[in-house]
Structures are given as C-alpha cells and as structure tokens.
Design a protein around this ligand. Structure first.
Ligand code: ATP
Ligand code: AH0
Length: 379
C-alpha cells in the first residue's frame, strides 16, 4: 500500500487532473495520469458560482459540491483503471477540491473548496484526504500556497539556489535557497494564465492561447503593463496568496478603460504581466537564484517562457519534465504527496510560506470502505 492518487482542479477551471503515484526515497514514480475535462456547461456553472450573488447560492453550492464529488470519484477510478490497479491497492487519495472562494486575510479568514470527499471515499472505497487548507488558516496562515513543501522535497539541490514556479490559473513561486541555514519561502506571484484565458475567450471564443501564438503576434503596451503592475498585490510583502476573486475579467476591464489597443496587444501585455510579476518576485526575494524550474500549464506556452527568460537572463530556465515529472501533473502529484504526509502524521505546510504559527498536519481523513464489512458501492 505505497500507492497514492492525487486529484487537483485548479483556478483555470479546465477539469480534474488525476495522478497515480509512488514515492520511492527521493523520487516520484508516476504510474498513470489523466485529465477529465469539465463540460462547457459545468465550467460555466462553476464560474457562475464563483462569481455569484443571489438567493439560490447555497443550493447551487451544495449541488456543485455533490456533482464535483462524484466527478472526482470517477476521475480516481478512471486513473486507477488506466494504471491497471485495484482500488484496494491504493493507500489514499489526496483531493484538493475546487476553490470557490479564497479570503485568507481579515477578521474571518477562510478558503472554500468543493468536491465532497465523503462521496469520493464512498464511491471509490479508498481513504480520502481533503480540506488541506483550513488547518493552516486556523494556525494563522494563508492556507496557500501548499505545493512548496513538495517542490522542496523534489527539487532541492545542495549549494544551488533554485526557484520553482507553478503557472496555472494563478502562479505561485517556491524559493529553494540550497543551504541548510536559509529557509524555503514562497508565495503566489499573481495571475498565471487566468487573464490570458479570459481575454482570448472573450475576443476569439477560444479557451486558451495555444503556444502563446496570439500573444506573440501583438506588441506589448508599456503603459498598460505599468497600469496593471500598479496593483498593490504585486508589491505586497509575503506571506501572500490570491485567486480569481481578485484577478479576473472585471479586474482587467477596469484597467483597460481609457486604452485603445489592438486585442492582440492586450494579450501580449497580459503575457508580459505574468512574466514580469514572476521575474520581479524572484529579483526581489531571491537574487542569487541560478535556476528557475517551471511547471503547470504555463510551461507549455513557449511565448510565456521566452518572456520570462528575457527578464531573467542570468537564470537557467528549465521545466519540471527535465527532472522526470511532466509539468502538467506536478500539482496533482503534490496532493498525493500531501495525503501521504497526512497519513504518516507529518506536517505538510511550510510556515515561512503561509505565515502559519507552526508546522501542521494538513487535511481531514475520510476513511475508505475496506474493513467496514460492506463492499457494495452505490451506482
Ligand atoms: N500548449 C499551451 N499553450 C498555451 N497555454 C497552455 C498550453 N497548455 C496549457 N496552457 C495553459 O495552462 C492552463 C492550465 O494550467 P493548469 O492545469 O496548470 O491550471 P490549474 O491547475 O487550473 O491552475 P492552478 O495552478 O491555478 O490551480 C490553461 O488554461 C492554459 O492557459
Ligand atoms: C486557494 C487556491 O486554491 N489557491 C491555488 C491557486 O492556484 C495557484 C495558486 O493559487 C496557489 O496558491 C493555489 O494552488 C496550489 C496548488 C498551492 O496551494 O500550492
């Protein structure tokens, strides 16, 4: 029972990533991985929930929590089949869920993920670990980002100051100092692909800018870039985390007012914003960085990589694939790894990253059905 499943559904709202994985010492062994895309209808329902107001909100919240719970269970079963693995051989599923609201600061900080883990445990029979963020929040942390502990376990090299950036809907950075004395740090740098996806969707009806080709065809507007970078989030000192509640199409529309630009120039400027916010964060927080390892969907965007590289000429740019783990699976694998930590009774947060009062074991455990004397599953 050394096999784990990680389930991740991120801020891009593109679907569920599922990975079956083992963790031999110092390594990751990926047995199978797949994405279950959300239908257009479900994606727009999720977007509507995330942006919602109104009286039927709680109904919709409960319904989508249930529907996603079922879909996560199917994603886990599907990836198990793909790996040729009996569910009884899986130690646990680590399910991130889908973030509908993340408000990590103020008097009543919280972070809400949906995708009922009870349903996942019931329908797969596999012990499920979920609700990873709220214990860290309870300890005074941001509850995000959580992948830095995994990045540190996988990518730390002695005497090498490395950075790892995950470019999903949002982008988050892990800084690995490469020396025992200095601490691992990290934070969300701001938007990753979310604004690029929103703009091309609005202008051309495409879900994302494949290979960054549209952005590459436009010229960056330095004025617009400066206006976007004037958002106080970019200069806020860490710990900090963000999400779609801040960086979304309304945020962009507000800042585009008064500009008259070709749509592809806006796309180019948004790509430059992602690149600049990552580069500035590294320059400000980790000047000695020699290598930047990119993961998440943004690693497949050559235009974005080129822009990041141009802003950090002294830094070697790699993708996680160069170290044996495909960029698209890093987050799902991280939640499998966090599930293993939880079951071992080991902490999963990095207090220097989230700002929590200390290390905490993350996640609630929803036991599987083995040992219950009942192995029937609902249809
Ligand atoms: N070939 C490609 N060219 C350009 N962009 C791409 C390509 N492949 C993936 N992407 C981008 O990556 C995004 C998906 O990234 P990913 O799956 O890492 O996001 P996520 O897990 O939803 O996000 P988060 O890290 O915020 O939770 C797509 O929406 C798209 O913008
Ligand atoms: C609240 C939430 O879901 N945050 C996501 C989001 O997507 C990227 C960035 O913002 C990061 O903080 C986090 O995800 C990763 C998995 C994390 O916690 O490390």
């Amino acid at each position: 029972m050394d096999t784990f499943i990680g389930l991740m559904s991120g801020t891009s709202l593109d679907g569920i990533d599922a990975a079956v994985v083992r963790f031999p010492p110092g390594r990751v062994e990926l047995l199978a991985a797949r994405t279950t895309p959300f239908t257009r209808e479900l994606r727009s329902e999720l977007l509507a929930l995330i942006q919602a107001t109104g009286t039927d909100l709680l109904d919709r919240f409960g319904e989508l929590d249930h529907r996603l719970g079922r879909l996560f269970a199917e994603a886990a079963t599907g990836v198990c089949d793909q790996a040729g693995l009996e569910p009884g051989r899986v130690a646990a599923i680590g399910s991130h869920g889908l973030t509908v609201l993340h408000r990590p600061t103020g008097e009543t900080p919280f972070s809400l993920q949906i995708g009922d883990p009870n349903l996942i445990a019931e329908r797969t029979g596999i012990t499920t670990v979920a609700d990873f963020r709220r214990r860290d929040l309870a300890a005074g942390g941001q509850g995000a980002p959580l992948v830095p502990a995994f990045h540190a376990a996988l990518f730390t090299r002695a005497e090498q100051a490395r950075a790892v950036v995950n470019i999903g809907g949002m982008a988050n950075l892990t800084l690995l100092p490469g020396s025992e004395e200095a601490a691992v740090t990290g934070f969300d740098t701001g938007p990753g692909n979310v604004l690029l996806d929103a703009w091309i969707q609005q202008q051309l009806g495409q879900p994302y800018d494949r290979d960054g080709a549209w952005a590459a065809s436009g010229s960056v507007s330095e004025e617009l870039l400066a206006a976007l970078l004037a958002d106080p989030y970019f200069t806020l000192p860490p710990p900090k985390s963000t999400g779609r509640e801040h960086f979304n199409s309304t945020w962009l529309q507000d800042r585009l007012r008064g500009f008259e630009l070709e749509p592809e120039a806006v796309q180019a400027t948004l790509a430059e914003l992602t690149a600049a916010s990552i580069a500035v964060a590294i320059e400000r927080e980790a000047q000695g960085t020699t290598e930047l390892i990119v993961c998440g969907g943004g690693a497949y965007n050559p235009d974005l990589l080129q822009r990041i590289g141009a802003r950090l000429p002294a830094v070697k740019l790699s993708v996680s694939d160069d170290y044996g783990l495909a960029a698209e699976w890093v987050e799902a694998v991280a939640f499998a790894w966090l599930a293993q930590k939880a079951l071992e009774g080991k902490p999963g947060n990095v207090p220097a990253v989230t700002g929590a009062a200390g290390k905490r074991i993350l996640g609630g455990v929803y036991p599987g059905t083995t040992g219950c004397g009942e192995d029937s599953k609902p249809e």
